[in-house]
Design a protein around this ligand. Structure first.
Ligand SMILES: *Cc1c(COP(=O)(O)O)cnc(C)c1O
Length: 518
C-alpha cells in the first residue's frame, strides 16, 4: 500500500460505516488518537543533545522507547483544536438538560475572574496580602445567607455533591454532639442519585419515600416512616419533577418534631431565587450549586462550587477553614481546634476562588430585583414550553411547572419510538437532548430546563423541532428518523451500556484498532 492510501485507511472504523471515504463529514473532521498519529523522532521543538551521563538506575532503567507520539507543532495544534470542536457547549446552542441549569455564562464574570488580584493569588499567601480576596469571599457568603435566609454558610465544598456531603456531615456531627444514635435518612424516590449516595457515604440507611400522584412527597407515607432513629430527610425543592413541594413547611415541622434535620437539595434554587428564602421553610442545610443558579461554568475540567448554608442548629458544626472579620481585617480560621464542634476539614483550602468571583459578579450585576427576575423568567420559559407542547407530547403531571417541563413517554406509545430514539433524533436536528429517564418515578422521562437566558426565538425553534419529531413518531416514520438516529454525528448509536460497564480507558498499541472501533 502506498503511503497515501495507508493514510486514508488509518481512519478505519470510521470509514467502514461512514458515507465518505475519509470519515470526515463536511468540515467536521475525523480525529485519530494522538498516539495513532505522528512519527518517531518528529518534534515541534529542537532540544540540545543530552550529554552522556552514567545512569544510576541500574536494572530500573527504561529499555524500550518512551512511546510518546512525535508530532510537529501544527499537528498538535490541529489535534487539540479538532477535539475541542467535538464538544457541545452552552456557547454553541441551547442546552436543555433538566436539573443542570445550563444557563449562559456572562462574559463579565470571566473578565472579573481574570483580574490579576483574584486570578494570581495563592492560598498560602500571607493573609495580609489577600484582604481583598477574603473580603470577596465574605461578601459572597453574605449574599448567599441573605438570599436563603440562613445564618451560616460553609464556602469550601467544590460541587453540589460535595456540599451534600458537607451538610450531612454537619448533621451527623450535631447528632453525635447530642449523644444520640440515629440510623435512617429519608429520601424521596424522585431524588437525584447523589442524595442517597451521600446518606449512605455518611453511614446511614437510605429509606425511600414514594411520590404521590401529584409528583410530590407522599406526606402520609412520610409520616409513617418518622421515628426517633431518623437522622434527616433530604428533599429537593422545587423537586426533580420540576414541581414545588407545597407541603414543605409541614414536612420541616414533622422532621423537627422527631429530632431529625431537614437537608434541602438546592440544585433547583434557580426557580425560586429572590422569591423564596429556604430558611423560612425550616431548612437546616442546603447546598447551592454556583455553576447552576449563579452562572459559573460547568465541567469542562473546570471546578464547580457548592457552598452550603446552615441553620442556627448546625452553624457551629461548619468545617474549617472559614473567613472571619475582626478588628485587624479579614482572617482565615484554619485550625481544627478553633472550631471545636466542626467536623474538621473537607478540602485543602477555602474553596474555588475563580468561581466565587464569577458568582458574586453575577449577583451584583443583577441586583436583588434582577435575581428575582431570573427566577420569574426561568419559570415562565419552562411553562411556555410545557404549554406549547402539551398536545404533541405528554406532560407527566397536570398543572403548571416551576423551571423545568417534565414529559413522560405516553405520547410515544404504540409508535415503536423510545425516549432514547427521540433524544437521538434531536441530535440530528442540532439539539443536545434534554435529561432522559430521570427522575425515575416518571416512565421514559424527558426533563427540559430552558433557563432564563434563551431568547423567545430560540425557544420557539426548539419547540417546533420537538413538535415536529413528535408528529413524525406518530406518523410511523420510525425507521429513518428515529431508529437510525443520530445519522449526522461522527459516531452513530453506541453501545452505551458496554461503554459504561466496560470502558476502554487505556490505549495499547497492539489492541488499538479492535477495541477502539468496538
Ligand atoms: C446537579 C444536581 C446535584 C449535584 O450537583 P453537582 O454540582 O453536579 O455535584 C444534586 N442534586 C440535584 C437535584 C442536581 O440537579
Amino acid at each position: 500500500m502506498s503511503d497515501w492510501s495507508k493514510a486514508l485507511s488509518s481512519f478505519e472504523g470510521a470509514a467502514e460505516n461512514m458515507p465518505t471515504m475519509t470519515g470526515n463529514l463536511g468540515l467536521q473532521l475525523e480525529e485519530p488518537l494522538i498516539f495513532e498519529q505522528g512519527e518517531d523522532g518528529r518534534t515541534g521543538v529542537d532540544l540540545p543533545d543530552v550529554p552522556k551521563v552514567e545512569s544510576k538506575l541500574g536494572g530500573l532503567a527504561r529499555k524500550g522507547a518512551i512511546g510518546l507520539p512525535g508530532l510537529s507543532e501544527p499537528q498538535v495544534v490541529r489535534h487539540y483544536t479538532r477535539l475541542s470542536q467535538k464538544n457541545y457547549a452552552i456557547d454553541a446552542g441551547l442546552y436543555p438538560l433538566g436539573s443542570c441549569t445550563m444557563k449562559h455564562n456572562p462574559r463579565l464574570n470571566e473578565k472579573m475572574a481574570r483580574l490579576p488580584g483574584f486570578s494570581d493569588v495563592h492560598p498560602l499567601q500571607p493573609v495580609s496580602t489577600v484582604q481583598g480576596a477574603l473580603e470577596l469571599i465574605d461578601t459572597l457568603a453574605h449574599w448567599l445567607k441573605t438570599l436563603t435566609g440562613m445564618p451560616a454558610v460553609a464556602m469550601s465544598p467544590a460541587a453540589g455533591a460535595h456540599g451534600e456531603l458537607c451538610g450531612m456531615m454537619a448533621i451527623r456531627a450535631a447528632i453525635e454532639a447530642k449523644g444520640e444514635r440515629r440510623t435512617r435518612v429519608l429520601v424521596p424516590e424522585s431524588a437525584h442519585g447523589t442524595n442517597p449516595a451521600t446518606a449512605a457515604a455518611c453511614g446511614y440507611t437510605v429509606d425511600p419515600i414514594p411520590a404521590n400522584e401529584r409528583g410530590r412527597v407522599d406526606i402520609e407515607a412520610f409520616k409513617a416512616k418518622l421515628g426517633p432513629d431518623v437522622a434527616a430527610v433530604m428533599i429537593t425543592n422545587p423537586n426533580t419533577c420540576g414541581l414545588f413541594e407545597s407541603e414543605i413547611i409541614e414536612i420541616a415541622e414533622l422532621i423537627h418534631s422527631v429530632g431529625g434535620y431537614f437537608y434541602c437539595d438546592g440544585a433547583n434554587f434557580n426557580a425560586i431565587v429572590g422569591r423564596v428564602r429556604p430558611g423560612d421553610l425550616g431548612v437546616d442545610a442546603m447546598h447551592i450549586n454556583l455553576h447552576k443558579t449563579f452562572s459559573t461554568p460547568h465541567g469542562g475540567g473546570g471546578p464547580g462550587a457548592g457552598p452550603v448554608v446552615l441553620s442556627e442548629a448546625l452553624a457551629k458544626f461548619v468545617p474549617v477553614p472559614y473567613v472571619v472579620h475582626g478588628k485587624g481585617g479579614y482572617s482565615v480560621v484554619e485550625s481544627e481546634g478553633a472550631a471545636e464542634d466542626g467536623f474538621g476539614r473537607l478540602k485543602a483550602f477555602h474553596g474555588q476562588m475563580g468561581m466565587f468571583v464569577r458568582a458574586l459578579t453575577y449577583m451584583m450585576s443583577h441586583g436583588a430585583d434582577g435575581l428575582r427576575q431570573v427566577a420569574n423568567d426561568a419559570v415562565l420559559n419552562a411553562n411556555y414550553i410545557l404549554a406549547c407542547l402539551k398536545d404533541e407530547m405528554s406532560p407527566a403531571f397536570d398543572g403548571p411547572c416551576m423551571h423545568e417541563a417534565l414529559f413522560d413517554d405516553t405520547f410515544l406509545k404504540g409508535t415503536g419510538v423510545t425516549t432514547l430514539d427521540f433524544a437521538k433524533a434531536m441530535i440530528d436536528e442540532g439539539y443536545h437532548p434534554m435529561t432522559m429517564y430521570f427522575p425515575l418515578v416518571v416512565h421514559g422521562a424527558l426533563l427540559i430546563e430552558p433557563t432564563e437566558t434563551e431568547s423567545k426565538e430560540a425557544i420557539d425553534q426548539f419547540i417546533a423541532v420537538l413538535a415536529g419529531l413528535a408528529k413524525k413518531a406518530k406518523q410511523g416514520d420510525q425507521a429513518e428518523w428515529f431508529k437510525a438516529a443520530p445519522r449526522f454525528t461522527p459516531r452513530r448509536r453506541l453501545d452505551e451500556t458496554a461503554a459504561a460497564r466496560k470502558p476502554v480507558l487505556r490505549w495499547k498499541p497492539e489492541e488499538q484498532s479492535k477495541d477502539a472501533a468496538d
